[in-house]
Design a protein around this ligand. Sequence first.
Ligand code: HEM
Length: 428
Amino acid sequence: MSSATDVIVNPDTYLTGVPHAEFTRLRAESAVVWMDEPALPPWPAGPGFWGVLRHAEIKQVMRDPATYSSYEKATQIIDPPTDKALDFVRQMMLNQDPPQHSRLRRMLASAFTPRAIARLEDRITTWARELVDRVAANGRCDFAELAADLPLQTLAEIFGVPQQDRWLMYDWSNRVIGYQDPEYAVSAKAAADGSTDMAKRAMALRPQPDEHGFLPDQRTREGMPDLYAYAHDLAELKRRAPGDDVMSNLIAAGVTTAEFENMFWLFSVAGNETLRNALPGGMWTLLSHVDEYRKVKRDRSLLPGAVEEMLRHWTPVMRFRRTALRDTSLGGQDIKAGDKVVVWFSSGNRDERVFAEPDRFDVTRSSGDHLSFGDGPHYCIGAHLAKTQMRALFSAVFDRLGDVEPAGELVRLRSNFQHGVKHLPIAW
Ligand code: HEM
């Protein structure tokens, strides 16, 4: 028999859903519990970690980077395999601590000028309508596939990536996030036809699986030669011929080509996979609660709150990791310097100390205090854009498709990190 914590850690569990019963039971006993890291081939066993399960303690960790570091061993449960790999991921702001982290964060925040945001919002509304219009006459679609295009279009706009190249970003984020899932790990949807020369050059560098079907580690620079070649060319292009996009602003503000390349990696994943799961995840949640679906369709003033509740209930990113820099105590447990500390947003978002009847999906509750975008200095920089995309796509669905219903099985991603949807067939 597996222990509750083994169930939580095993990516196979998530093929049938988030183990909320186990989280609830453990959370009732303690805010922080020890979780083992058994071998999950091809990954070896690890030393184990502290799992933080309650809302208040998760916030405490996220708001205290001097104690709980993103830089020390980065932010995934498994340590980067070599010092070189650790150095590589530390070049991304996600895996930095203040004050180093603050510089890029500040520059990025100012590159998202009100003008750039306003233009993005306009375009997001148009793209969402176009996506839904394209399938409206068919009477059915795979909503996961349809939704995947919206974050790609948005990211292409932010980076000034020619729209015809945007499916490259889809493949890259599949490869990085889907490394625990055999179908995603070898994603190659982008085709050379109609793409730019920059894209063709990148595609020629796509890594090939070894004799066991495994690709090189996607969390290293060597594992993503195609992404880095593309990002490099794009940075040079933006330097020569700046556009009206956020990343041209950033380069003009003094970001180096190397910093740009790493930011491109981070955004291609952080701004893409997350939403591509939040959109169908939110839809699935609404379809599983038909009365709530109809309520929001009828009264659009409920939509912003409904989006917050979808994000709480589905929780697209289930966890992040920090490393303790000193001996400390958290939720009654003694933590030693060097221990891994993993915050489980999926659990904190169902903490009965903060959300009454937390398993109930209720579009009228005020669930704005959910943890789906994290907290503290790394609070998701794309939260506003993520919510804009969710509101735009659900509005377009309500307006154009009316009452929608499931038309097949929800297929989930094999991952204990992203609460992922691979397929969601719907009909109207
Ligand atoms: C529903 C969609 C999304 C979810 C659930 C989500 C979740 C998160 C979370 C939990 C973090 C904190 C990581 C940590 O503390 O270690 C984060 C950071 C980040 N997110 Fe998002 N995100 C979403 C959408 C986006 C979008 C659309 C973008 C870009 C346009 C984006 C870009 C980023 C970046 C750059 C960071 C790192 C910030 C930093 O290190 O200071 N995210 N996101």
